[in-house]
Design a protein around this ligand. Structure first.
Ligand code: G
Ligand code: G
Ligand code: MN
Ligand code: NA
Length: 250
């Protein structure tokens, strides 16, 4: 009950912020863009996005929260002039809504000097997409407007490579569970090799998530993974101009 009130208050007063984590090229250290991550109020039990989005779903308020999160992600962004991308998480449920990107988004982007081509929607693979065909149609509609698509958490969920191939995303984000200790675990290495080949054939860029150690970074780079994200390369923060410290050790 108290949590419901907190949630209502967060929505009513737009008490969420976005923090941004850099996504870095493993070949030249350039910042490809930033993933926007939603945070509730500082002291709140709904500070972390997991309980926040879970409660919103239970309360039937997922759509307004998701919409607000997308709005904040763009409003708070300061991708300066260049071509850097902004990666925005969307709940798989949202894919049932053909209007999940409201027309006003375009105006909001323009006001921030951003183009749809710089926006990448991250669709999580974890909750396997319920109505695949309609989700595909909706995603294709937005891609025709220039928006890009990433499959998030790949390797952790249930969707097949065939399903991923059919959606033909611009990016595949490799789940942290495959990245963690990849230099020590042969099985992880073999799965990653498969993903690297798969991505090359389909002309999809791979992003390794959750890189925490130099050993992981070196291994992934040698294996031909294009981009990386993780605490080693930059923590989520309000300052988007984070220097990728981990790259200095390469
Ligand atoms: O930032 P953190 O690691 O605590 O995020 C935990 C989870 O919450 C991640 O799976 C992330 O994708 C998800 N998440 C973060 N921000 C958003 C958001 O704005 N919308 C949705 N749908 N999920 C988000
Ligand atoms: O599900 P999704 O991939 O969107 O989740 C991203 C989450 O992963 C964010 O909450 C972010 O804070 C977290 N994260 C980012 N880099 C690292 C990392 O290097 N290690 C760990 N453990 N979590 C990370
Ligand atoms: Mn994500
Ligand atoms: Na992810």
């Amino acid at each position: 009950e108290a949590i419901r009130r907190e949630l209502a208050d967060i929505l009513d007063h737009q008490r969420i912020v976005s923090v941004y984590q850099p996504i870095v090229s493993l070949t030249d250290g350039q910042i490809l863009g930033y993933e926007a991550l939603t945070r509730g109020p500082e002291q709140s039990v709904l500070h972390s996005p997991l309980p926040l989005f879970e409660e919103a779903e239970k309360a039937g308020l997922l759509y307004p929260l998701d919409r607000l999160a997308r709005q904040k992600a763009i409003q708070n962004a300061f991708v300066g002039g260049g071509d850097q991308l902004i990666f925005i998480n969307v709940s798989a449920h949202i894919l049932k809504d053909p209007h999940f990107v409201p027309g006003r988004t375009l105006e909001l982007l323009e006001s921030r000097g951003l183009r749809p081509q710089q926006v990448v929607f991250e669709i999580t693979e974890r909750s396997s997409i319920e109505d695949f065909e309609s989700a595909k149609k909706i995603l294709e509609h937005y891609r025709s407007q220039g928006y890009r698509i990433a499959i998030d958490d790949a390797g952790a969920g249930y969707s097949s490579l065939q399903a991923i191939a059919e959606l033909h995303p611009d990016f595949i984000k490799v789940d942290r569970s495959l990245v963690e200790g990849v230099h020590q675990k042969k099985i992880k290495e073999y799965i990653l090799e498969t993903l690297v080949t798969f991505a090359q054939k389909l002309d999809i860029s791979l992003i390794a998530e959750g890189i925490e150690t130099t050993e992981e970074l070196v291994k992934l780079t040698r294996m031909g993974v294009h981009y990386g994200q993780g605490y080693l390369l930059g923590r989520p923060g309000k300052d988007m101009a984070v220097l990728p410290e981990g790259m200095q050790d390469m």
